[in-house]
Every structure is written in structure tokens, then in C-alpha cells.
Unconditional design. Structure first.
Ligand code: ZN
Length: 242
């Protein structure tokens, strides 16, 4: 039973639709690692789609700040403006849905879902050094994480930690006795210099994770951000993949 693993959709309808089209026929169930909203111009569309389609989902930091569970002050001006705009734009039903999202880690089957890291939902796992101290926190051999918007992740062996680069290993074979932290990348705001929407397909039966990218109508998503009166930098970064 393959899973479609989504993260950091960030209210980007065009990117989500392109991923679903690209992944069509490849998965049975959908899992989401948080940051459904914030930055993008379609928070209601994305929240509603998640409500109807995900088997499991956890909250991200932007979901929290958009519904007032986190203070606005810790965010940069563009993120703050988008959080305030999103808060006003959300329907009462979608607001309540986001408010009620569970915090990670969430155990699903025999693997874990987290937004930032297993130790802290708001922590960024960027370098191998960020991961070393997590050995004691890892409950499952496989953990999916998001938050950095960078597709890939880390392999932990007894000997050390290795970064996983999707460009070199588009289909990752999971070996027994190793621990994996896997990031599907961001659907709605990739930051790895590749503007295409990122996601992953996990197939437990054959123990593979496939890293995939889908082209989408970036110009349309960016135009909607401008039309909504959101900061232009949020539109520009979609074109750049930053
Ligand atoms: Zn995010």
C-alpha cells in the first residue's frame, strides 16, 4: 500500500493539483507533515482538500501561527503579513480544522511523522550535525519530516550520518538496521533552487522511497499572491525555488 507523502503545501493550490496529477495511480493513502497554509493565496482550498483526503496529518508552525496558537512576533515581516491575511481569509470550519491538528511526532503504522524534528516540532534539520543528537529521540527506523522545504534527508548508521541527495538517489532503498529521516520536500514553496513541487511516494512492501518533482503553473500561483495583496517577495520566491 504506497503512501503519498506531502509537506509544506503552504496554500498553493496549483502545486497541490499538479502533484496529485503527477502521482495519480501511484498511491493509496495520503499523509501530510504540516504547514498546510501560510505564504500562499489558497488556504481554504488546501485545508478543505486535506480535511477530505488525508489518512494522517500533523500541524506545522505556520498552521499554528495562522490560527493564533503561536505569537506573530517571532516571524519575519512577510510571514507575519501572510499569517494575518490567512487568519482573516480562513472559513470558520477550516480555522477549526487547523486549530485541532495534532502535534508530531505521530506514529502511523510503524513509522513516525514530524514537522520539524522528533525532539521539537519547530526545529530545522538542515545539517548532519543537527541530527546527531536525535539518536535517542528516534522511536522508529523511519521518520518523515518537513519544515526545511528541502527534499532529501539523512541516513543514520552505527558509523555515522550521511545526507540523502534525491538527485543521486531518486529511488531510495531502505536497508534494515539503519535509521532514516526522510523529507519529501515542499509541495508549495520549494527552497532547494528547484521551483517544481516536491513530494515522495513511500512503498512499505518493497521498502522504497521515491523522491519526485512536478512542474506546475508557478506564474498563476505567484499572480494570486500578488492579487491578494500579499508581499511580492512571496510570489518571487516561487519562481526561484528559494
Ligand atoms: Zn513550511
Amino acid at each position: 500500500m504506497p503512501y503519498l507523502i506531502l509537506s509544506d503545501v503552504h496554500a498553493n493550490q496549483e502545486a497541490l493539483e499538479a502533484v496529485l496529477k503527477d502521482a495519480s495511480g501511484l498511491y493509496d493513502r495520503v499523509l501530510c507533515l504540516g504547514d498546510l497554509v501560510g505564504y500562499g493565496a489558497d488556504p481554504n482550498y488546501v485545508a478543505e482538500w486535506m480535511r477530505q483526503n488525508v489518512a494522517a496529518v500533523i500541524r506545522g508552525n505556520h498552521d499554528k501561527v495562522c490560527v493564533g496558537l503561536d505569537p506573530l512576533e517571532v516571524y519575519n515581516p512577510a510571514a507575519r503579513a501572510s499569517a494575518e491575511w490567512t487568519r482573516a481569509a480562513l472559513s470558520p470550519e477550516n480555522f477549526a480544522y487547523l486549530e485541532g491538528l495534532p502535534r508530531g511526532p505521530l506514529r502511523f503504522d510503524n513509522f513516525d511523522l514530524v514537522h520539524g524534528s522528533p525532539a521539537d516540532e519547530d526545529e530545522y534539520l538542515i545539517h548532519a550535525g543537527d541530527v546527531e543528537s536525535l539518536r535517542d529521540w528516534l522511536d522508529a527506523p523511519l521518520t518523515f519530516f518537513g519544515h526545511t522545504h528541502v527534499q532529501g534527508g539523512f541516513l543514520l548508521t552505527r558509523g555515522g550520518i550521511r545526507r540523502i541527495f534525491p538527485g543521486m538517489e531518486p529511488i531510495l532503498q531502505l536497508e534494515p538496521d539503519h535509521y532514516y529521516l526522510i523529507n519529501p520536500g515542499s509541495v508549495g514553496q520549494p527552497r532547494d533552487m528547484n521551483p517544481r513541487a516536491a513530494y515522495a511516494i513511500y512503498t512499505p512492501e518493497v521498502r522504497t522511497v521515491e523522491f519526485r518533482r512536478a512542474r506546475y503553473n508557478v506564474a498563476r500561483a505567484a499572480d494570486k499572491i500578488l492579487e491578494a495583496g500579499l508581499p511580492p517577495s512571496l510570489a518571487a520566491r516561487l519562481h526561484e525555488g528559494t
